[in-house]
Design a protein around this ligand. Structure first.
Ligand SMILES: C[S@@+](CC[C@H](N)C(=O)[O-])C[C@H]1O[C@@H](n2cnc3c(N)ncnc32)[C@H](O)[C@@H]1O
Length: 230
């Protein structure tokens, strides 16, 4: 039986639904894509587990007891093994089949450690800092952890995190992906030529979702789904 994912998001306090905080409404697309394997056994990862503002020094010292979107996924995917990654400490969050790894999506070393701890994933959702450099470093290091046919989702590619100004200069993620769609090429200082060739050769399709909330407003919520070739 299908479950209403937007409602689960709203109840859990995640803004992937249509009622809480930014109410991004991503759950509608997720249900459309993921319902087909909802009751299967598989592994997934979410990066970024609870809203906490943009101040990284505060996020680093934060200790959290709840992870809203993980609670949502736990209900929606009853048999999935779920990994969560965050710069804040969520080690107190205990849920059946949930494993937390603490780390920084702005550190290649941290992402390599995460990579090596993960099994092949059917689904990876990046809902971390939304800094373009972090999104692209994560894509570079973790795309090959997504199993053939699996999905790599980058949420909020429209966001400008002020932290980007102090990070290595890269294109905004929305521009990078629009160019990838046009040319088949990925060009970013966060992605090595070898990583770029791997992603280019192994991407079956890229979908850029522009929510109709906010109309043509450039700031309307946007996210991208890359599907790995099967
Ligand atoms: C938008 S919130 C996640 C919201 C959650 N997924 C939900 O739907 O309720 C962003 C998260 O990214 C985490 N984060 C911020 N910077 C990070 C970094 N450099 N590395 C890893 N996680 C980071 C924050 O601690 C925060 O938990």
């Amino acid at each position: 039986m299908s479950l209403n994912l937007a409602q689960l998001a709203n109840e859990a306090g995640s803004d992937k639904g249509d009622a809480v905080f930014h109410a991004h409404d991503y759950a509608r697309l997720y249900a459309f894509l993921f319902e087909q394997f909802r009751e299967r056994e598989f592994a997934m990862l979410e990066i970024g587990l609870k809203r906490g503002g943009l101040d990284e020094s505060k996020l680093r010292g934060r200790v959290e007891q709840e992870a809203p979107s993980i609670a949502m996924w736990r209900k929606y995917f009853p048999r999935a093994k779920i990994w969560g990654f965050d710069i804040s400490d969520f080690s107190a969050v205990k849920m059946e089949g949930f494993t937390f790894i603490q780390g920084d999506a702005g550190s290649a070393q941290s992402l390599t450690k995460l990579h090596d701890a993960l099994p092949p994933l059917r689904l990876l959702i990046d809902d971390g800092s939304h800094a373009s450099y972090h999104q692209q470093l994560t894509l570079a290091h973790l795309f090959n952890r997504v199993a053939p046919g699996g999905f790599f989702v980058i949420e909020d590619i429209h966001v400008f995190n002020p932290m980007d100004a102090d990070l290595p200069k890269v294109p905004r993620t929305i521009s990078l992906l629009e160019q990838f769609l046009r040319t088949g090429k990925l060009e970013s200082a966060a992605i090595s030529p070898e990583q770029a060739r791997f992603i280019e050769a192994n991407t079956a399709q890229v979908f850029i979702h522009r929510s109709d909330k906010g109309g043509v407003n450039y700031w309307a919520p946007k996210m991208a789904v890359l599907q790995r070739k099967g």
